[in-house]
Design a protein around this ligand. Sequence first.
Ligand SMILES: [Zn+2]
Length: 364
Amino acid sequence: MKIKDLIKEFNNFAPLYLQEDFDNSGLNVGNPDEEIKGVLLTVDITPEVVEEAIENNCNFIVSHHPLIFGKLKKITGSDYVEKSIILAIKNDISIYCGHTNFDQVFYGVSSKICDKLGLINRNILAPKPGILKKIAVFVPVDYAETVRNAMFNSGAGHVGNYDCCSYNTEGKGSFCGNDSTNPFVGKKGEVHFENEVKIEMIYPEYLERQILDSMINVHPYEEVAYDLIKLENANNYVGLGMVGHLENEKNEKQLLDEIKKQFGLTTLRHSQFLNNPVKKIAVCGGSGAFLINAAKNSGADVFVSADIKYHDYFLAENKILLVDIGHYESEQFTKEIFYDIIMKKNINFAVRFSKINTNPIKNY
Ligand SMILES: [Zn+2]
C-alpha cells in the first residue's frame, strides 16, 4: 500500500475540507508515492518520535497535531519542528497530520472521549453550518434511475442515518438546440418537449465535484441542466464537541474519579461542585473553552475539555461543572481512530502506537 492510498482513507473518514482555516492537516512532509513499510501513530511530532519511527522501520508517521503550523522561512534545525523535518526527510519518512478535520467528524476526537466515558445517545455539540448544498437535476424519465443511483453512489442523498434520500417530481422540460448541437432527443432548430424527472438531493459541499462528475457522466443530454443551492441547514453529523448521556447517573466526585481512571490522570481541574447528579455530559477534545456556552445551552451537567483558563471558569455560573483534563490527555486516544481506519484495510505492514509521551506539560 502506498502512502497516498492510506491518506485517501483518512480523507474519506475526515475530509481535509473540514479543517479550520488556521490548521494544516494533511501530508506535512514526504512523498505520497512511497510504499508503506510501517506506520507510527502519535499525538505530536518531535525529533524523538521521528527517531522512534526510524528505529522501528516505520516510514510513515501519522500524528494528530500538525508538525508545520505557521510559515517556515528556513529549515536549519534551529527548533524541534525544523529538526523533525530534517530528520524525517533524511530518512525517507512521511508525516500525515489529522487535526481539526478529525475534530469535526461524528466519530472523531470527541467521540473517542465519549467512548471512554461510556456516553450514549450522542449528538454533535456545535453542528457546523454552511456545508450542506442541494442539487436539482432534470433527467429524461427513462434515465432517472441511472442518474439517481450515480449520485447516491458518489455521496449525495445522505440525511442522518438514511441513505438514498431524494425528491422526484415529474414534469415537462423544453429545449431547442442551435446548428452546432446534436440533441439526444428532438431535432436541432425545433422546440422539443420531453417528459423529465426533477431529482433533488442534499449533499455536503466537499463532495460536489465527484457528485457532478458522476451525474454528468451517466446523463444522456449534451447540455445537462441542474441547479446548485446553498443551504442554511446545519449538518448535525459534522461539527465540534459532542454531548451524550451516562447510562446510570453518577455524582460529581464519582464522575471525576472515573475520568481520572479512564484518562490516566493524577490530577484534574474543575469549577465549583454543584452537588447535582450527573447524567448529561458535553465533551470537546483539546482547547474547548469556546464551547462552554454551547455546553451550558445543551443542558449538560458537566463539560469535559482542556485548556480552560482562569476567566473561563467564571462562565460556569453554577449551571455546569467545568472539568479540564489536560490537552494531551483529552486527545491521547485519537491515535486509536487512525488505527481503526488502517485496520479496516488489508495491510502488509506493522502499525505501532508511539511509546513516547509527547505531553510537554508535566504535573508534580
Ligand atoms: Zn489538540
